[in-house]
Design a binder for this molecule. Sequence first.
Ligand code: TYD
Length: 209
Amino acid sequence: MRVVNRGRFITLEGMEGAGKTSRLADLQAFLQQRGKTVLATREPGGTALGEKLRALLLAPEHGPMTPLTELLLMFAARSEHVQQVILPALDAGQWVLCDRYVDASYAYQGAGRGLGNAPVAALEALLPSQAHPDLTLLLDLPVESGLARAKRRGAADRFEQETSGFHQRVREAYLSRARQRPQRYCLIDAALSPFEVSAAIERAVGRLL
Ligand code: TYD
């Protein structure tokens, strides 16, 4: 049962180069203007330990990591993040906006790396049930345009360096998860202008206000 003043938990997911980080900043401002206290955070990361794990996970020099190691490190960072940051903020009535969360592990490690859903689901089951997102915004974009945008931002990280086949599997997994969970997911066309994307996000989030 939801505690009366508990905040809302919103996650942003999507393709590389879809503009999640900028749209998350817009959403934070939108909610703050409506009087909400907002915590913006990201995965992997969001805690001191999690940011160290993020650096390990993204650095190209750690290239060939086994997919299971990668998944376990994502969940090590996540466990810390959920316990130390996300749940305390929700319990204090804050709205938590998280740049990527468990769905990314299904898309990247489950589908992209080919581990399948079962190991991801087994780890997800270890998280507290209160750490389930109220809304997931999926910023969808064709793989090639997303990778081209990401490339313009600078040196590619370990995931951005992956093949377009890898990113195609990631995209299909996200789209299929969104189709299977229409109550929680809102699919957003990230090829639209930043203004239009933020407007679509505000319409979806407005329903939670
Ligand atoms: P990303 O969110 O794209 O940040 P930036 O905008 O700074 O590039 O980077 C995080 C990367 O981590 C992204 O490529 C997806 C990957 N990732 C996973 O593979 N599994 C996960 O569970 C999470 C949270 C992220």
